[in-house]
Design a protein around this ligand. Structure first.
Ligand code: FES
Length: 110
């Protein structure tokens, strides 16, 4: 299904070693920049809802600031809980702008 791109952040907002939370259509998304690549996951920790953007990033793993659950920001996988995975989102960088891929009919007010 073709998608379209919507602007969600500037690349210079993403500092190495930490995440940034952005609100997209009422949903909080955590962005991480790792080795020149940008990753986007659901910002809400699956355990108690803390912001994962505020967590500690080591390599491609973010440790939740709440009670320490760890997530692979590339896949959404939860360390030690194989059956659990949080949402990931397709993003791309165009002219130093982070763009989220959305369905053609997507609306920020949906
Ligand atoms: S809030 Fe994330 S582990 Fe508890």
């Amino acid at each position: 299904m073709p998608t379209r791109l919507v602007r969600i952040a500037r690349l210079d907002q993403l500092a190495a070693g930490r995440g940034v939370a952005v609100a997209v259509a009422g949903e909080a998304i955590a962005l991480f920049r790792i080795d020149g690549q940008t990753f986007a996951i659901d910002d809400a920790c699956a355990r108690c809802g803390s912001s994962l953007a505020g967590g500690t990033l080591r390599g491609a793993t973010v440790a939740c600031a709440g009670c320490g659950w760890e997530y692979d920001v590339r896949t959404g996988a939860v360390s030690g809980v194989p059956a659990l995975r949080i949402d990931t989102f397709e993003v791309t960088v165009v002219d130093s702008v982070v763009m989220l891929a959305v369905e053609p009919e997507w609306s920020p007010n949906a």
